[in-house]
Design a protein around this ligand. Structure first.
Ligand code: UT7
Length: 327
């Protein structure tokens, strides 16, 4: 049997500043009640203007490394999933590497929107399987408020900022990633995107006037695709592992909408009490959503050694992914 990849440390970091639904009521035509009923969100953490994506990565990574009992110089790879990095280039992982002192690692970013962390985890799993890499830091981090249009009530109520990280290494037991699955469909890119600053819409007075630097989303369409893809992805991972929903101790779904999470859990027969939900406090943090929830579940004792955890995501692209991990 190919050796598995196990998670040996996790961490997360969010900005201190909290924006509540009541704050948003003063900014756009919305209500606390609408936001809670339609999404499950009560508040979200938003960064200060001078804070950068890499700040949250570094804090989350330090926690993960500390729990793993590793020094940053022992890492041989850092994979950072983000679509809201510090700069256009170099990659944000470059700044994280420098600040952590992970000078023996090769580092790179991947962009898969909300699905980024599980894509990165799967890449790390395959890198470990080659035997060439032994200790990999996987990060999902996002400054979604950097691309939030605060005048668009359809989207500005949904997102928050933060980062989560996990250190992975080879497993010498049954613990580790049991199954994983990834999918994409580029035909649906027009339903969720931000074009400003790319070659499609280079930064200009016109791109600013057009609000191209902000996120655009056809919410209803995304919702329908998310429900289907999250359910399908979860089922694919279960099939690969030869498990059913009954074998899953904890479901960590992407925190985009509590109704999508409920539909996903129902589809695979997992009761609400086994579903990690923290969207009420963080909103949708895109690539950071899974690792923030994972770290909270571990640190609060909800996810305990011996448990089998299913994680499932969906995001812009569209992209989707799932992973089953035995802790
Ligand atoms: O993480 C990546 C994946 N992202 C997602 O999975 C997000 C998926 N989409 C969603 O979660 C939901 O579609 C939303 C939460 C974005 C919207 O909920 P919905 O139930 O799909 O509402 P809707 O877009 O169909 O809009 C219903 C009504 C509209 O009014 P009319 O046209 O019926 O008069 C909207 O204008 O709700 C209105 N509306 C709002 N009302 C108060 C939209 N946003 C707001 C708001 N406050 N913030």
């Amino acid at each position: 049997m190919t050796p598995r990849t196990k998670i040996i440390g996790t961490g997360h970091s969010v900005p201190e500043r909290i924006l509540t639904n009541f704050d948003l009521e003063k900014m756009v035509d919305t209500t606390d009640q609408w936001i809670i009923e339609r999404t499950g969100i009560h508040e979200r953490h938003i960064k200060e203007p001078e804070q950068n994506n890499s700040d949250f990565c570094v804090e989350a990574s330090r926690q993960a490394l500390e729990e793993a009992g590793l020094g940053a110089s022992e890492l041989d790879m850092i994979i950072l999933a983000t679509v809201t990095g510090d700069m256009r280039f170099p990659s944000t992982s470059i700044f994280v590497q420098a600040r952590l002192g992970a000078h023996n690692a090769v580092v790179f970013d991947i962009g898969a929107a909300c699905s980024g962390f599980l894509y990165a985890l799967s890449i790390a799993d395959n890198m470990i399987a080659t035997g060439k890499y032994t200790k990999i830091l996987v990060i999902g981090s996002e400054c979604m408020t950097h691309v939030t249009d605060w005048s668009d009530r359809n989207t500005c109520v949904l997102f928050g900022d933060g980062a989560g990280a996990a250190v992975v290494t080879k497993s010498d037991s049954e613990k580790g990633i049991i199954a994983s699955y990834m999918g994409s469909d580029g035909r649906l890119a027009h339903l969720l995107y931000s074009s400003g600053g790319g070659t499609v819409s280079p930064a200009s007075y016109e791109s600013v006037d057009n609000r191209d630097h902000y996120l655009k989303m056809a919410g209803r369409d995304v919702f329908l695709h998310a429900v289907k893809a999250m359910g399908d992805s979860a089922q694919r991972a279960l099939d690969e592992a030869g498990l059913t929903g009954n074998d899953i101790d904890l479901l960590i779904p992407h925190q985009a909408n509590v109704r999508i999470m409920d539909a996903t859990a129902k589809r695979i027969g997992i009761p609400r009490e086994k579903v990690v939900i923290n969207i009420d406090r963080y909103g949708n943090t895109s690539a950071a959503s899974i690792p923030i929830a994972l770290n909270e579940a571990r640190r609060t004792g909800r996810l305990l050694p011996g448990m089998t955890c299913l994680m499932v995501v969906f995001g812009g692209g569209f992209t989707w992914a799932s992973a089953i991990v035995k802790f």
